[in-house]
Each structure stands twice: as C-alpha cells, then as structure tokens.
Design a protein around this ligand. Structure first.
Ligand code: PMT
Length: 417
C-alpha cells in the first residue's frame, strides 16, 4: 500500500504526447502492449497505421487502446480537414516508429514522402525513435546498415533490434525490441532531453583510456585506446546528473566537464584509484587495461649491448572489472558494466566474458583494425545484459555514450534509491 504522506514520484511520461507509427511487420502486435504501457504512465498516444501495419493489427484495436482516432491515409479529406499531416507531425513530443521495417527505414533515409508515415517523418521537427524489426539478413544487409547509420547521424535514435528466433524461422539480430525496452528508451529520452537529471545523487565510476606498463624508466607497453569512448561515457553520465569519478589512463582527451578526473599510468594504479573511489552506484569499465606488465621493471634505462635484445618476462595485472564485480556487499557498485574488445566472434566471446568477469552488463565492440574503433570517431556495439543481446547500429562514440547512460539511468531508477 502506498504511504499517503509521500507523493507518488511523477512519471517522466506524464502528459507527453507520443506519435506512434506502426509499420507492416509481424512485430506490430507488440505495439498494442506498448500503447497500453505508455498510457499507464500518463502519456497520450496518437497512432499512424501504414497500409502494411494494418495487415497485422486492426485500426479498431489501436483506436480502442489509444482512445483516439487512428490516422491511415495521406489523401483522406476527412483526415486533412480534421488534422493536417503537418500538424500531426508537430503536435507530438516524440515520434516513435515501431516496428520500423527495412522498407520504411530506407524511405526515411532517402527522404521520400509517399504515404502518411513518411510524409510526417519528413515534415516533423520533433525527435524520432525507431525500433527496427526485420529478417536477420535484411538487417545485416549493407543497404539497411547504411540507412540506419545515416539516420543516426541525422539524430534519429534507435532501440534494438534484439537477437533471437524470428517468425521466419531464422535466428539472429532483427527481432523488434520488447515493449518494455522501447518504453525504457522513451523514458530515457525524456529524462535526458528535458534536461532532467535522473542520476542526481548517484555516484558513477568510469575507467577510460589505455594503461602504460613500464619496461624501464623511458619505455613502456601500451595499446591504441584513445579514451574517446570512456570519456564520452563519463560526460554523458555527468550530463544526467551523476557525480562522476573518471579514472583515466594516459590520453590526449580533455577532462570531461563536471567529472572528477584521476589520472593514472599503470593497471595497478588504476585499480587503487577505483577502489579508493568506492562506493559507487554504477561502474563502467571502458579502459583498455594491459593484461600483463613486465616482471621486475628495470630501474635504469636498458642498454643496447653485445648481449643482444633483452628478454621481457611478463606477469599478469589485476583485473579491475572482475575485482569491482566481486567486491563485498555494500562496496560493490549496484550495476557493474564492462566492455569486451573482440576481433572475432564478438557477441559469443563477450557473452562468455561477462560471465567470467562477473559483471552485470557488457558492451561488446569490434576492435579489429578494419573497424577503426580504437581512436576512431564511431563505434558499433552490442549491449549484453544477462540473457539479452541488443545490437546497436554504428554511431558516434558520444551517441553510444548517451544511449548507454540513458539505459543506466532507467536501470537505476527501477532499482530504487
Ligand atoms: O579508447 P577508444 O579509442 O575510444 O576505444 C574504445 C575501446 C575500444 C578501448 C573501448 O570501447 C573498449 O572496448 N574498452 C575495453 C577494452 C578492453 O580492454 O577490453 P577487454 O575485452 O580486454 O577487457 C574486458 C573488460 O575487462 C573491459 O571492461 C576492461 O576494462 C576490463 N579489464 C581488462 C583487463 C584488466 N586487467 N582489467 C580490467 O578491468
């Protein structure tokens, strides 16, 4: 029973107007549940049903759930006199496309306006969130990937698709995100976009950049991490109101605004700084920590002499992510997020790494040279939380960071104070 003296926390969706475009995919049925959940949280939902969408759900059921009329036709005189398509596209706080089919995404990317859905998507001045849903090969096709990347560059946000068995009996990425995941993305959008600070009062610990492991006083072992991804995550969490401690290896990245930055060089220093920063509500380990260091670092510069090149004996560094994940109750961050840098079998290896390291979520990314992730502007990641895998399209590292920060905010909000 709720305590009458404690006012219920306002829902970030209270009074928000969502324009939901339902396109023609088998996942359209999930929109009925999405509408119900949005309305439960105080949002008003107005729906546009494409010709394809109407093959999967009836206008009557959508109308019953939205308690509003359903818009279907660009050329309907009644529609235009009651609510012109321009007004329809502007009288919303957020446009959500679910399911977003390969065809609709392609038409959005090309800027076509050949039905009501594409016309309003071209005419809108409001943010757009798409939930892709299609066959796995259609999702993986370079044309679809290019279309989604282009839309993301233009500011369109995505949720999903997920991995799993599909209606066409194939298996892989392409399943539309579940209604609760789409809801989370919508909540995350309003918490962040409204200048909300859903992480106020929370402490976030972030690691970023490489570590340098000395060989002698002038030489070291390093890797190619630039710190761009980790620093962007620290900045995104701070924007959402978190107090952020960023433990950074040697990078050229400027300190992100609003973060306390602890600069370190080696893995052991990074571990000490992380442990000193606890307790934290969330830890995100984006640093590329050297797995090994040189055993018995030379006190003086190694000399090139007749004895030939020195043999370097390596010893294992502490694992910071695994240590944080295994910290005792009270000190363990409520949510521990690792990264998995892989060059092959990316999702498969990352799933195993999450279990091995004991973290709650792991963000898998391809670090093969062709992907250009190390030091590059963009990243293509897969978010693995427990048994679910969400494939995100290629995005700028800031966009990856913003979306991860939104997901963290929603998770912590659900988990309570
Ligand atoms: O810095 P950028 O140029 O922007 O590039 C971003 C990035 C590729 C470095 C980043 O997105 C990324 O993938 N970071 C993790 C790199 C890494 O070391 O991955 P890994 O698979 O080897 O390690 C798995 C996890 O364990 C990581 O969270 C890592 O921080 C952590 N780890 C690893 C070894 C160790 N001794 N301690 C750790 O905490």
């Amino acid at each position: 029973m709720s305590d009458p003296l404690v006012p219920a926390a306002p829902s970030p969706l209270d009074g928000r107007r969502i324009l939901l475009v339902i396109a023609g995919g088998i996942a359209a049925y999930k929109c009925l549940d999405l509408i119900r959940r949005l309305r439960e949280r105080g949002a008003a939902v107005r729906a546009v049903l494409t010709e394809g969408g109407a093959q999967f759900v009836t206008p009557l059921s959508v109308q019953a759930l939205t308690e509003d009329r359903v818009y279907q036709d660009l050329w309907s005189l009644t529609d235009e006199s009651e609510m012109g398509h321009i007004r329809l596209s502007r009288e919303a706080d957020l446009v959500v496309v679910a399911p977003a089919t390969a065809d609709l995404l392609a038409r959005m990317a090309a800027g076509l306006a050949n039905d009501l859905a594409t016309t309003l998507l071209l005419a809108t001045d409001k943010p757009v969130l798409v939930a892709p849903a299609m066959n796995v090969r259609m999702w993986q096709h370079p044309a679809t990937q290019a279309n989604v990347a282009l839309l993301c560059q233009r500011g369109v946000r995505t949720v999903g698709p997920n991995d799993g068995p599909m209606a066409c009996h194939e298996h892989g990425p392409g399943r539309m995100a579940e209604p609760m995941e789409i809801l989370d993305a919508i909540v995350g959008h309003f918490s962040g976009a409204a200048g909300g600070r859903p992480l106020a009062g929370r402490h976030a610990l972030v690691t970023s950049g490489p570590t340098h492991e000395p060989i002698d006083p002038v030489r070291y072992i390093a890797n190619r991490s630039s710190g761009k991804q980790g620093h962007a995550i620290a900045a995104a969490l701070a924007r959402l109101g978190a107090r952020v401690t960023l433990v950074a290896g040697p990078t050229r990245e400027p300190d992100p605004p609003g973060c306390t930055v602890m600069r370190i060089e080696t893995a052991r220093q990074m571990l000490d700084a992380c442990l000193a920063a606890l307790p934290a509500d969330v830890a995100v380990c984006a640093a590329a920590v050297a797995d090994w260091r040189v055993k018995g670092t030379a006190g003086q510069k190694l000399k090139k002499d007749a004895g030939g090149p020195p043999v370097l004996e390596l010893t294992e560094n502490p694992d910071i992510l695994a240590t944080l994940a295994a910290a005792e109750a009270g000190r363990r961050p409520r949510l521990v997020v690792g990264f998995a840098a892989e060059t092959q079998n990316i999702v498969e290896y990352a799933v195993a790494k999450r279990v091995r390291k004991g973290c709650d979520w792991i963000v898998a990314n391809d670090v093969s040279p062709a992907a250009g992730t190390f030091g590059g502007r963009d990243n293509t990641v897969h978010l693995i939380r427990g048994g679910t895998v969400e494939h995100w399209p290629t995005m700028g590292k800031e966009a990856v960071a913003a979306r991860l920060a939104d997901a963290i905010a929603v998770h912590l909000e659900r988990a309570g104070p």
